[in-house]
Design a protein around this ligand. Structure first.
Ligand SMILES: [Zn+2]
Length: 307
């Protein structure tokens, strides 16, 4: 990942990087003859006739260039200051996720309760975007995220989603993971085990019925939980309880940690909200999110790829 300095403020950002990748591919393609020797370059820099594998690499490079050009255009169209960075490929071996210190409940390990965490262990400069509840159903947001190719995960509460299940079906069709955020968004620690289980297992059933997949990720409303919450979640088939380390709004950021900074692997929270709930639109929130993470050299990765 390249560091961002003063000189990178120019538009379009990232053009240099893809250019280098294409050059590297071209040199791989023409670097060696069949016997491993370097081909002789004719005077004037004309490359020698290319073998089929070189043409395949050329096609790949052309595809990369086209994909990048589309991202540059999309970034411009949606009013971003910079082109979002591309996340590295998903890890071959998933990291071991453990509960963050201070976030454990009694008997967490012994009962093998799902880990509660705010950051995914990784050395890559990546972040994960998670969006909660489901009040705002803005078609422009779906278009924006597809065009920018920025991944995110949705944590849904049925009392809001049921106003328009189709909106979230379209989101799922675009590759977004739909996860559990309870039926009615209660403060769970105030409820008995049985009522917590109804909230969590009930939402499992709604998502399975509407979207064909039973979630394994669960986020308790307000990030509040107790031992009964995690026991119920586990009984409902939940394997991970991702919380968040930063929260982004349409007009500002909030941080869990004193350094008020982003860290590799941090999970960022936001909400499906519109002008009646905060100072802006969903695209405004995404602009605030992406402009900061890109300026600080972070790419946005898909949470599900790491769990
Ligand atoms: Zn919520």
């Amino acid at each position: 990942m390249r560091a961002v300095g003063q000189n990178d403020k120019k538009w379009p950002f990232g053009g240099v990087r893809i250019g280098l990748a294409v050059l590297a591919l071209a040199s791989i393609a023409s670097g060696c003859g069949p016997d491993g020797s370097a081909p002789v370059e004719p005077a004037g820099g004309q490359p020698p006739l290319k073998a089929p594998p070189a043409r395949a690499l050329d096609a790949y490079a052309t595809k990369l260039r086209a994909a990048h050009a589309a991202r540059v255009a999309a970034a411009k169209r949606w009013g971003l200051k910079r082109v979002p960075l591309t996340a590295p490929p998903p890890p071959a071996k998933k990291p071991r996720i453990t509960t963050r210190d201070g976030f454990e409940v009694d008997g967490h390990r012994r009962l093998e309760l799902p880990p509660v965490f705010t950051t995914v262990p990784t050395d890559e400069k990546i972040l994960f975007l998670t969006i909660d509840d489901g009040a705002e159903k803005d078609p422009a947001f779906l278009r924006m995220m597809s065009e920018l190719k920025v991944p995110y995960s949705a944590f849904l509460s049925d009392y809001l989603v049921k106003e328009d299940y189709g909106y979230f079906k379209e989101m799922q069709d675009r590759g977004v993971g739909l996860h559990n955020h309870t039926l009615r968004h209660p403060y769970l620690p105030a409820l008995s085990y049985a009522r917590q289980e109804r909230e969590i297992c009930g939402m499992q059933r709604v998502i399975e019925k509407r979207y064909g997949e039973r979630p394994v990720l669960f986020r308790p409303p307000y990030g509040n939980y107790d031992k009964a919450t995690l026991r119920a979640a586990k009984a409902c088939g939940i394997t991970h309880v991702p919380l968040w380390n930063e929260e982004v709004f349409a007009d500002h950021w909030e941080y869990r940690e004193w350094d008020r900074d982003l860290h590799p692997g941090d999970i960022v929270l936001s909400h499906f909200r519109g002008r009646e709930d905060w100072e802006g639109t969903m695209p405004d929130m995404i602009r605030r999110f992406l402009d900061k993470v890109t300026a600080e050299g972070y790419a946005v990765a898909r949470l599900e790829d790491y769990l």
